[in-house]
Design a protein around this ligand. Structure first.
Ligand code: CDV
Length: 321
């Protein structure tokens, strides 16, 4: 095999953020993001990926009885006053980016405003070319006062109804997913079936998994396990970007990484703070997997996969006889 020096190469930066505390203003976070953007520019990046809910602290760790009291955590326009400088600077540098944030939409035809955990893709000219609403919403919808911290994403966000898109951008086929989506093989395969060549994923993963603490020590292992498997099984690059470190007393995994279509990690963060991880990603490398072992058209058997879309939970097989 030759080295990955072919024509369709994206230099991508995984812009990990350290903790964002409750009192930190959006402006201060955007300033940190711009610092990483400048480093990305000096290292030749064309695309920079920021974490899930990058602009604020991970607010679903607190419950409020009246959800309207949480409105200030959501963006009602993008760009908005505090994010415009990021758009302006990225455009000036000719760098595209992907950004995760809480979105409160305008009223729809029925007058309903929706709350989504959103990730956008912005091209090098500052235009939003893709918008994704997180599909697999983890955690709980009600207040669970016995927990050391809440994970009330199911209260604060509704699942995105559109599913997983893939956008022609940066000379390739780019998809997005957000945090918990990365644990579900369906997320990658939905994009794999649209030919995805690079999946961008922001995340916030507390080390302490309250429902089953035996998993705490495995958080790093599971993080790379799922993204490496998803990359390999779909012949795609995956860029996983964390918000890490101790945020409001909650210790979060960093380990942002860039994974090749072979499933190999080619670059990884070594801190849990603000850190830029860079890799040069040859999109044509995807074909080595898409055209061989994972030639979907040749080898997939959708006629025997019917449970995957017709059934949600497991239906336990009946006893023999
Ligand atoms: N923000 C997330 O989606 N967090 C989830 C939960 C399960 C901790 C995660 O997958 O990391």
């Amino acid at each position: 095999m030759t080295s990955p020096t072919a024509s369709r190469t994206i230099v991508v930066g995984a812009a990990q953020l350290g903790p964002v505390q409750r009192e930190d203003s959006r402006e201060s976070v955007v300033a940190r993001m711009i610092t990483l953007l400048h480093e990305a520019s000096s290292r030749g990046c064309q695309l920079v990926v920021y974490p899930e809910l990058a602009l604020t602290t991970f607010f679903p760790r607190w419950f409020v009885d009246d959800i309207g009291e949480a409105d200030h955590w959501y963006e009602t326009s993008m760009p908005g006053p505090s994010t415009q400088p990021l758009f302006d600077e990225a455009k000036k540098l000719g760098i595209g980016f992907s950004l995760g944030y809480a979105e409160l939409t305008d009223p729809d035809a029925r007058g309903t405003r929706h709350r989504y955990n959103t990730q956008i893709l912005v091209d090098g000219h500052g235009s939003i070319v893709g918008r994704y609403h997180k599909v697999h919403i983890p955690g709980h919808a009600g207040h669970e006062p016995d927990r050391p911290f809440q994970h009330a994403e199911r209260y604060y966000f509704e699942p995105g109804p559109e599913g997983f898109g893939v956008w022609r951008s940066f000379g390739g086929l780019i998809g997005m997913m957000t945090c918990n989506d990365r644990r579900w093989p369906e997320s990658y395969r939905e994009m794999g079936l649209q030919g995805v060549e690079m999946i961008l994923c922001g995340y916030n993963t507390p080390i302490h998994y309250v429902p089953d603490p035996s998993q705490d020590i495995l958080q790093g292992f599971h993080n790379s396990l799922v993204m490496q498997a998803g990359a390999y099984q779909n012949g795609t690059w995956v860029v996983g970007v964390a918000k890490g470190g101790v945020e409001e007393g909650v210790d979060s995994l960093g380990q942002s990484c860039i994974i090749a279509p072979s499933g190999q990690i080619v670059a990884q963060a070594y801190t849990t703070g603000d850190e830029l991880v860079v890799a040069s990603c040859d999109l044509d490398w995807c074909k080595r997997y898409k055209d061989t072992l994972f030639d979907f058209d040749k080898y997939r058997r959708p006629e025997v996969y019917t449970r995957i879309t017709s059934q949600r939970g497991a239906v336990i097989a009946p006893e023999n006889g």
